[in-house]
Ligand binder design. Structure first.
Ligand code: ATP
Length: 217
């Protein structure tokens, strides 16, 4: 994201891709404007939050008019650097990793898995979709050579930290960690942690204890 958006709260920043996707759809459908209520219904974020989020980037909706779709679209495009493809590497081509390689991320945003790594000799040298699988011994050199900025970790938890340590001195700036391991990294690297088991457990808990609460987190 560019400098103008540095002041946007992180929770707001995380919702931007969601807004962007919906605004793109509206634009493609030829719509000129959208109300916060319509947006709220579509992206399942309450309208007060949407109004607050949008006020951070200077989109002030008018009563009875809503927001200008073209303005929003150009803002999101600029802010999310959608003109530039962000290169991603996937490390660990197991069940989860394979599913990601088969999923076309480019459809919805400008990130692309360019390259994959594994230690399994049966997987190394093969291709899934368009993506080549290389041996882990080539990890650092290939990340640097291809200028990859994001790593998706879908390896067993026990090896997550050592793999992380080994990519600190490369082009990697962000890690999407799907393992349950909590990673130690220097402040120059950002880690987002997605633990599917924990998310499921949290959902079960909420269904049980707050069955009528429709507020989305
Ligand atoms: P998952 O569904 O989590 O992908 P899985 O049962 O398919 O699990 P795991 O044992 O979790 O497989 O391993 C995921 C992948 O990571 C496998 O393809 C495995 O060969 C690979 N792997 C294991 N250790 C390493 C490592 N040190 N570096 C890179 N890849 C590894």
């Amino acid at each position: 994201m560019n400098e103008e958006t540095l002041k946007i709260p992180q929770a707001t920043a995380k919702r931007l891709p969601l807004y962007y996707r919906f605004i793109q759809n509206l634009h493609n459908a030829g719509k000129q404007r959208v109300s916060s209520a319509e947006l709220s219904e579509a992206v399942k974020v309450d309208s007060a939050t949407i109004r607050r989020d949008f006020s951070y980037f200077g989109a002030l909706g008018k009563k009875g008019y809503g927001y200008n779709v073209n303005y929003l679209l150009s803002f999101f495009r600029k802010t999310l650097d959608q003109d530039e493809v962000t290169k991603v590497a996937l490390i660990g081509v197991g069940n989860l990793g394979t599913a990601f390689l088969n999923y076309n991320f480019l459809k919805n945003n400008n990130t692309k898995i360019e390259i994959a790594f594994d230690i399994d000799k049966n997987k190394v040298g093969k291709k899934i979709g368009q993506v080549h699988i290389y041996d882990l011994s080539e990890l650092q050199s290939r990340l640097i050579e291809e200028n990859i900025s994001i790593a998706i970790l879908t390896v067993p938890a026990e090896v997550a930290q050592s793999i992380t340590d080994s990519i600190l001195e490369t082009s990697i700036k962000g890690i999407l960690n799907f393992t349950p391991a909590r990673l130690n990294v220097p402040s120059s690297i950002r880690v987002h942690h997605i633990d599917l088991a924990v998310e499921l457990q949290a959902l079960v808990y909420f269904l049980k204890h707050y069955p009528n609460d429709t507020e989305n987190s």
